[in-house]
Design a protein around this ligand. Sequence first.
Ligand SMILES: C[S@@+](CC[C@H](N)C(=O)[O-])C[C@H]1O[C@@H](n2cnc3c(N)ncnc32)[C@H](O)[C@@H]1O
Length: 323
Amino acid sequence: MSRAAELRRLVNSYQLSQAIHVAAVLGIADLLADGPRSSDELAEATGTDPRALYRLLRTLSAFGLFHEDAERRFSLDELGDPLRSDAPESVAGWAAFVGRRNIRDAWSSLEESVRTGENAFRLAHGISVWEYRAQHPEESEAFDRAMASSSQLVIQSLIDAYDFGRFGTIVDVGGGNGTLLRALLAEHPQLNGVLFDQPHVVAGVELGERGRVVAGSFFESVPEGGDAYLLKWIIHDWEDEEAVAILRTVRAQGGTLLLVERVVEPPNEGPETKLGDLNMLVGPGGQERTLEELRSLLETAGYELSGDTPTASGMHVLEGAPV
Ligand SMILES: C[S@@+](CC[C@H](N)C(=O)[O-])C[C@H]1O[C@@H](n2cnc3c(N)ncnc32)[C@H](O)[C@@H]1O
């Protein structure tokens, strides 16, 4: 492929992303889990237009997600398999989230965001992502599923690299629907856990005997009694002022701080982290940070950066010791 053709494919990649999103929303991969089906059968099962669905599926087959045979029957190909909702490392929740209109509208404001430095979601919708989700329960649920889906991709790497079982009680601050904490409790039979997040996020979440669920705001207080306070993908959601405010609330409880974040790599490296950083500019209005930037945030909030454990997934487990 020429450089121009390669670039053109990148330019058009949002169209492919949207096509995958639609396949995820329609649950096509789940419908193909037991074997091939014709596009007409799939159209019937999903209540979609047969011709339009066929065009969607043949496109995704040309990109390697599905396989189309001579009778217009489709099966799952290796690349499309993680679109199943029950795949071990399912991408279904993320794909079903990323193409939602409120998210795409925010990305449409990226130019204005780059010109002004303002958060694109707020430019598009007039309120923060968190206010928006509190007002739109279905968007909140789609986001929580996306986070759970993204967590599934990295949880094993965290467990392999870092011994969370050294603590008696871990408080997962902003822990969403508890996907990570549930995995940690299953891995470490002696561990107790507290899931802490906004009331509409943790409503109805259950964690079993060793898990407790507490609702609240990390700008006000976090549950006491944690030997460790785990914040995964929290600090990157916020600009420095709010990030320090959250860390100070956590610091008030003592205990070891465990940040799980990506760390911005040197120039020309780390495309996932840097695209993730743009996601922060567009979505919640935060940023990915270098190790030095994270160290400085921690120091401002009363912690010393006492450990940095890189993991195979690219996430780091950063330890903060209260000073
Ligand atoms: C990017 S998500 C990360 C979720 C989870 N830790 C994970 O890694 O999948 C950020 C989380 O912060 C929570 N959050 C936002 N504002 C909050 C607040 N004021 N108090 C408590 N949690 C909040 C959101 O509800 C969301 O679950």
